[in-house]
Ligand binder design. Structure first.
Ligand code: ARG
Length: 275
């Protein structure tokens, strides 16, 4: 049965892409909005979508009685609008729960705790004497004007670096923050010399940095503390409750931990071509 569902799933993905482009109406698939450039939560392995969120989505679609699932892959900042408009049923994209976002969508219970970290050139010694996230933040405040930080557009990393009242981050007046389509593109620009550093979620930072030579992650010092959840259209309590029930089930039966560790044990790899 699992196998059959997997086959249906990959067929559904191909169809999903077609449907997404042709903007067709309802299928009996769970329509998942994501941005699959965020390993290990969602990324491309060749032509297939994979990652923690993708596996949870697939199990959820099956458990909730959908025929399969359709992955609607889009820019990160298009996910919430896609949920609001009803083009997608659920946003599953390592999305940080946040008060401002709660005005636009409803969040499920959290399923993962995360944090922003910084990536720099391998030979960059700027942060060598730091021993905490606070030290890194203070050091950032003293960088000369024009210090450049790359981030993924619309993410908490961007808000942290650029500053956002809505997200509760002061930002850094001496720093220029650049929004990129994906985190990996931003990390490439460290190597290209266009930005000094990248601020992005910790586990994606580790996996992206492994795929790009010449950079290092300062992963032990966390700049923020965040929690991920899925999001549905405001007022869609039916799906919200079902998604929460599924989350509770996989938290209790160990499936969530199993999925997470299978992508964190070093066997999963991200290829930077799949930016
Ligand atoms: N956790 C961050 C946020 O919610 C980044 C999420 C980026 N996710 C992605 N699939 N690109 O803003």
């Amino acid at each position: 049965m699992k196998k059959l569902f997997a086959v249906l799933l990959s067929a559904a993905m191909l169809v999903g892409t077609v449907f997404a482009f042709a903007a067709c109406g309802n299928t009996n698939n769970l329509k998942v909005a994501t941005n699959a450039y965020f390993p290990p939560f969602e990324y491309l392995d060749g032509n297939s979508f994979t990652g923690v969120d993708i596996e949870i989505a697939s199990g959820m679609a099956e458990d909730l009685g959908y025929e399969g699932m359709t992955v609607n892959n889009m820019e990160f900042d298009a996910i919430i609008p896609s949920i609001q408009s009803g083009l997608s049923d659920i946003g599953m994209a390592g999305i940080t729960i946040n008060e401002k976002r709660k005005e636009a969508v409803d969040f499920t219970d959290e399923y993962y705790e995360s944090a922003q970290v910084i990536i720099v050139k391998s030979d960059d010694t700027t942060f060598d004497d730091c021993t905490s996230g606070e030290d890194i933040e203070n050091k950032l405040k003293t960088m000369p004007t024009g210090y450049k930080i790359g981030t993924q557009r619309g993410t908490t990393g961007y808000m942290y670096s650029a500053g956002s009242e809505d997200f509760g981050y002061d930002g850094f007046s001496n720093i220029s923050t650049f929004p990129y389509t994906t985190g990996a593109l931003a990390v490439h620009d460290i190597v290209n010399g266009r930005v000094n550093a990248v601020i992005i979620d910790k586990q994606p930072a580790i996996m992206i940095a492994q795929s790009v030579s010449g950079v290092k992650v300062i992963s032990e010092y966390e700049l923020t503390s965040e929690a991920y959840a899925f999001c549905v259209r405001k007022g869609n309590t039916e799906l919200l409750e079902k998604a929460n029930a599924y989350l509770r089930k996989i938290k209790e039966n160990g499936e969530l931990d199993r999925i997470i560790s299978s992508f964190f044990d070093g066997t999963a790899t991200f290829k930077h071509e799949n930016k």
